[in-house]
Design a protein around this ligand. Structure first.
Ligand SMILES: NC(=O)c1ccc[n+]([C@@H]2O[C@H](COP(=O)([O-])OP(=O)(O)OC[C@H]3O[C@@H](n4cnc5c(N)ncnc54)[C@H](O)[C@@H]3O)[C@@H](O)[C@H]2O)c1
Ligand SMILES: [Zn+2]
Length: 365
């Protein structure tokens, strides 16, 4: 198997700029890559049991190289993105002896990254943090761009901060142990980039779906990771605080988040909910005359390739209630992301409650 060529992608944010380093096997070079941030202080690795069970050697190598590291473990599902766990992590960090110079390493998927970033943003008013993503979703999306958050019962990610990492170190080698269901869920964010920005990603997913799911073709994987990181980095560089084009990254998320919220974050995975949400958003894009009938059919056909758990019966009123708390709403007006053909996302203020209720027909029998 050929190894993935190393790539450095810069995210330009003035004083907060950083780079995303993509390299197969970099997990074995962390002591060297992290050196610029090591001043002999206490470090914390935030992770989950399933990840440490596979990659304890990564921590051992850092300890052997003289880093002072303690691990903090949170539950292995979305329930960890909760203020209760943020508080537990803050308290454990005090016990461990972390001060303002401590560095928090988020070793995990989007849950660990979002919670870890939020903890780092707030512990002693902010300490440096570094993202080492271990899921495909985190590598192509959540580890990049500084969105950190915890969930509330009323909605996803309603409490958080924009807080940029010092660097993002992406090793596709971590994916070897990723469960298939998470690979499917992760690909939701890749096809999202295809819908809103780069049709070639959509075309690749359509043509090479099985190869992508099996993670068997390193060059293909490398291409999709690098392309996705570039799109995310470019959009965030242009619009860090989501006043404009960054909103496009919420394609499929307004309704997808509602499905996650209604299921109390214990049912569908994030990407699965977003895949359902994109089916709804495609429906509305077609209804509004933005997406032609043939492109709509093609889009739904590709989304139907993804093996998803049953959505179950959802109450349209509950969906509308959750959507009304969406962070993109301004003065009660819905900012909904649609596509004007595959590859071009647009922000619409023309989507009303009846459009959303109608779109549920495409995900429920
Ligand atoms: N901040 C952002 O910009 C942003 C963007 C997209 C999604 N998100 C968030 O990301 C979260 C979803 O993240 P996710 O899909 O990465 O899931 P996840 O973080 O829940 O990880 C999935 C599961 O896989 C395990 N795991 C992780 N890496 C592994 C590996 N290499 N080998 C074996 N097991 C491994 C984890 O322990 C976990 O149980 C959601 O909360 C979503 O809201 C955030
Ligand atoms: Zn997402």
């Amino acid at each position: 198997m050929t190894s993935i060529q190393a790539q450095i992608i810069d995210l330009d944010l003035g004083a907060d700029s950083y780079s995303i380093h993509v390299e197969d096997g970099l997990r074995h070079r962390l002591s060297e890559l992290l050196k610029p941030w090591n001043k002999g202080q206490q470090w914390v690795v935030l992770s989950q049991a399933a990840i440490l069970a596979e990659y304890q050697s990564v921590i051992d190598e850092l300890n052997a190289a003289g880093y002072r590291i303690e691990c903090i473990v949170v539950p292995g599902d979305e329930s960890a993105k909760n203020i209760r766990f943020a508080e537990q992590v803050w308290s454990q960090m005090v016990e461990i002896g972390c001060d303002r110079s401590s560095v928090l390493l988020a070793l995990g998927g989007g849950v660990v990254g979002d919670l870890g970033g939020f903890v780092a943003a707030t512990y002693m008013r902010g300490i440096p943090f570094i993202q080492i993503p271990t899921t495909l979703l985190a590598m192509i999306d959540s580890a990049i761009g500084g969105k950190t958050a915890v969930n509330l019962a009323a909605g996803k990610n309603l409490v958080g901060a924009i807080y940029q990492p010092q660097t993002v170190l992406v090793d596709p080698g971590f994916l070897a142990t990723l469960p298939r269901r998470n690979v499917i869920s992760s690909l939701a964010e890749a096809i999202k980039y295809g819908f809103i920005r780069d049709k070639s990603i959509f075309d690749t997913i359509e043509a090479r779906f099985d190869d992508l799911l099996s993670l068997s073709d390193q060059a293909l994987l490398s291409d999709i990771i690098a392309k996705s990181c570039r799109i995310k980095a470019q959009i965030v560089s242009n619009d860090q605080f989501e006043n404009g084009e960054r909103r496009l990254l919420n394609y499929g998320h307004t309704i997808g988040h509602a499905f996650e919220t209604i299921q109390d974050y214990g049912g569908l995975y994030h990407g699965e909910a977003v895949l359902y949400g994109m089916k709804c958003a495609n429906f509305i894009s077609n209804k509004k005359g933005l997406l032609s009938d043939s492109q709509y059919q093609q889009a739904q056909r590709v989304l139907n390739l993804f093996d998803l758990p049953e959505l179950g019966k959802v109450d349209p009123q509950r969906v509308l209630e959750v959507v009304s708390h969406d962070k993109k709403n301004i003065n009660g007006k819905l900012n909904f992301i649609l596509i004007d053909g595959i590859g071009k996302g647009v922000v619409s203020t023309d989507v009303d409650h009846s459009d959303i209720v109608d779109s549920l027909s495409t995900v429920q029998g």
